[in-house]
Design a protein around this ligand. Structure first.
Ligand SMILES: *[C@@H]1O[C@H](CO)[C@@H](O)[C@H](O)[C@H]1NC(C)=O
Ligand SMILES: *[C@@H]1O[C@H](CO)[C@@H](O)[C@H](O)[C@H]1NC(C)=O
Length: 211
């Protein structure tokens, strides 16, 4: 998978730097590589730029990787990241699926999952905005198109015309892996169209309802 490749690349770049590092410290620090690998960020940045040039979805994949790994230390478009973290030896797929929000979680479940991480509804609204880039698989939102509340009906808050377009490529069964832009207006741009689409009822991945 492309996402896996880029994370391997990043880990590899950092690992190569680390192998020449005389001192190992286990404290995370934004300046962790200052002495051991002063060009670490530059190297990672250039690798990421190349990867994004090759495949724009990489921005979304990396953002998701960040979210899953860190869940979450954000504060606006930029934040200081403490560096020096080692790969986990105890990564758990089931733990990750249990703790991170899933597309078919209810609003209440998502609120609880955020609360466990000490994040509130304002954080939830802000972080949801990152769905302005990237794609989602049909299987992640099929429920909204066919059986949102368990009564065999589509979600009535989804615009009819748009829902029909989605259904044509996301049938009741099959086509699970068909991809859809999460922001149909500007799929590759980090902007505020995720929210505008929700207000226009043209967003299939609603984590939050504003009304
Ligand atoms: C939610 O989706 C996951 C797969 O992403 C599936 O395993 C699970 O059964 C779904 N839960 C419900 C309640 O639909
Ligand atoms: C809709 O979902 C409910 C509850 O999950 C289920 O019992 C029902 O069979 C589903 N209906 C259709 C048409 O899939």
């Amino acid at each position: 998978m492309a996402q896996t490749n880029i994370s391997h690349l990043m880990v590899l770049s950092l690992f190569l730097c680390l192998s020449f590092s005389p001192v190992y410290s286990f404290h995370l620090n934004p300046n962790f590589y200052e002495q051991s690998c002063p060009k670490a960020e530059e190297i990672v940045r250039s690798v990421v730029v190349k990867a994004v040039q090759k495949e724009t979805r990489m921005t979304a994949s990396l953002r998701r990787l960040h979210f899953h790994d860190c869940f979450v230390q954000a504060g606006g478009p930029n934040w200081v990241v403490p560096l020096g973290r080692r790969d986990s030896k105890t990564a758990s797929l089931s733990g990750s699926n249990r703790n991170t929000p899933q597309p078919n979680n209810t609003f209440q479940t998502i609120i609880i999952k955020f609360k466990v991480q000490d994040l509130n509804i304002a954080d939830l609204v802000a972080l949801s905005g990152s769905h302005t880039i990237g794609n989602a698989r049909c299987t992640s939102f099929r429920q909204r198109l066919y059986n949102q509340s368990g009564n065999g009906q589509a979600d009535y808050t989804l615009q009819q015309v748009y829902a029909n377009q989605l259904r044509s490529r996301c049938p009741r069964s099959g086509g699970d892996n068909n991809l859809f832009s999460m922001d149909l207006v500007s799929p590759a741009k980090f902007d505020n169209y995720y929210y505008k689409n929700i207000l226009a009822q043209r967003e299939f991945l609603i984590l939050i309802k504003f009304f």
